[in-house]
Design a protein around this ligand. Structure first.
Ligand SMILES: *[C@@H]1O[C@H](CO)[C@@H](O)[C@H](O)[C@H]1NC(C)=O
Ligand SMILES: *[C@@H]1O[C@H](CO)[C@@H](O)[C@H](O)[C@H]1NC(C)=O
Ligand SMILES: *[C@@H]1O[C@H](CO)[C@@H](O)[C@H](O)[C@H]1NC(C)=O
Length: 428
């Protein structure tokens, strides 16, 4: 029986090979007449980039959203393409956690708060179709189309510079931030060694594919000049980066203000992932619905005082991995500012403000179940303690488009609501 199957398979393969020889010839003929040298070179660059990014998987899982999640052996991940990491010994877990980390704050919160104000934890959609084995990490496979949407293979997975909110500038320079708009809470003026927050997850509408909407925390070191260091984590909807409107978990890092270093997720070498269950860039599931169930994610980023690496944890259970200290200049010591909140790109399509939404697309005043929130925002201080931040400021370029309102108290600790719909009669 087995022999017959394999023989039949052999015949099919032969047939396929013959068809392919024929189609390659036909394709080659067509290529000579219609493909310009530039596009051929571009495609070759894209293929080379894909070979660098997509490592040989041990197992692959097809996610319901069309993603392929590759389970790649932990020692074959993109980080180890970095020349400085050739002899790196992976740290399987952090040497230190910040003191005061409450692993079960959700249970506490839902028991003591009234039931309607409780949210459940969100995880990832691809889990419906399988899990990665031990000693592998899940990586969202990059497709040819993903890279082709970027202006060049080199720019794929990188932010355009000058997009970060500088709440300390005297006058917010909206035009020079290339249309990026923010509604954030922040602290500065101290040394920080980490930050934590619980964020509810939405799927904001994006008007145009070149715009995005995200909710994240920023850990910043240095000035807002050319050498800004940044570690970022949160959720984002970015049609350009992912090819759809799904809400995805993401990270970002840079050590030179988005110029030459850094990238989203694992799209360059830097972040070392140790976790086999959570994939960077994968769709978060479930997400919150307006006036209905609320789902949130908890993120913690902190500096290991012994090794100096910046670690990241998702939820109560998943230590995702770390950014080695050598990637950074200022952040190899400490952070000087922490920001939490939302950002959208306003490309002013049709000469009007974009209708791309921030957060849930509703203003902070609508409150729980309707507006987007960050709750239990905390910082790690120089004694490695997690604590509520003091002197929290807020910043938004145009409160009539996207706004932010802070609050304090109960089991939500320090919190804020933020977001908005974008274009309206008050935001033309
Ligand atoms: C890695 O180890 C090899 C052999 O010990 C050594 O020659 C090389 O310089 C090391 N590379 C780095 C980047 O430390
Ligand atoms: C942007 O910044 C440059 C240099 O700092 C300045 O010359 C220019 O006037 C700014 N543009 C706007 C529109 O503010
Ligand atoms: C994303 O949403 C926009 C606006 O709602 C829509 O025009 C576009 O077709 C969507 N894109 C995809 C890939 O679903």
């Amino acid at each position: 029986m087995a022999a017959r199957v394999s023989t039949r398979r052999g015949v099919i393969w032969l047939l396929l090979a013959a068809v392919c020889l024929w189609c390659a010839e036909a394709g080659g003929g067509r290529a000579a007449t219609t493909t310009t040298p530039t596009t051929t070179r571009r495609l070759q660059q894209v293929q080379r980039h894909l070979r660098r990014l997509n490592k040989q998987p041990v197992k692959s899982i097809q996610s319901p959203d069309g993603d392929i999640i590759d389970c790649v052996h932990i020692s074959h991940q993109p980080a180890f393409d970095h020349p400085f990491l050739k002899n790196h010994t992976i740290q399987v877990k952090p040497a230190f956690y910040p003191a005061g980390l409450q692993f079960d704050d959700r249970k506490l919160a839902s028991k003591k708060k009234k039931k309607s104000a409780a949210a459940a934890a969100a995880a990832q959609l691809w889990h419906k179709n399988g899990r990665c084995p031990e000693n592998t990490i899940p990586i969202r496979r990059t497709k040819k189309e993903d890279v082709l949407r970027a202006s060049s293979a080199k720019r794929y997975g990188r932010k355009k510079h000058k997009s970060i909110a500088n709440p300390l500038s005297v006058e917010p320079d909206i035009l020079n931030e290339s249309g990026h708009q923010h509604a954030i809470a922040y602290v500065e003026g101290d040394t920080y060694y980490g930050a934590k927050a619980t964020i509810n997850v939405w799927e904001p509408r994006i008007q145009q594919a070149n715009e995005f909407s995200l909710s994240q925390l920023w850990i910043l070191g240095g000035s807002f000049g050319q050498d800004l260091n940044s570690i970022e984590a949160g959720w984002q909807v970015s049609p350009d980066l992912y090819g759809d409107n799904n809400t995805r978990l993401f990270t970002y890092w840079t050590s030179d203000s988005y110029e030459a270093t850094g990238c989203y997720n694992l799209l360059c070498s830097g972040f070392i992932q140790v976790n086999s269950e959570i994939a960077m860039g994968a769709t978060i599931y479930p997400i919150s619905r307006y006036g209905s169930s609320q789902y949130d994610i908890s993120l913690l980023v902190w500096k290991d005082p012994k090794e100096g690496h910046w670690w990241m944890q998702f939820g109560n259970d998943y230590v995702l991995g770390y950014w080695p200290s050598f990637l950074f200049s200022y952040l190899s010591d400490s952070a000087s500012m922490i920001e939490w909140g939302g950002e959208v790109v306003n490309s002013e399509p049709d000469g009007e403000h974009t209708s791309t939404a921030m957060g849930s697309g509703h203003f902070p005043g609508e409150g729980f179940g309707k507006a987007s929130y960050f709750r239990n925002i905390q910082v790690v201080d120089e004694s490695n303690n997690l604590r509520a931040p003091s002197g929290v400021g807020t910043f938004t370029e145009q409160p009539s488009c996207y706004d932010v309102e802070t609050g304090d108290g109960g089991h939500w600790g320090r919190y804020f609501y933020f977001g908005g719909p974008g274009r309206s009669s008050n935001c033309p």
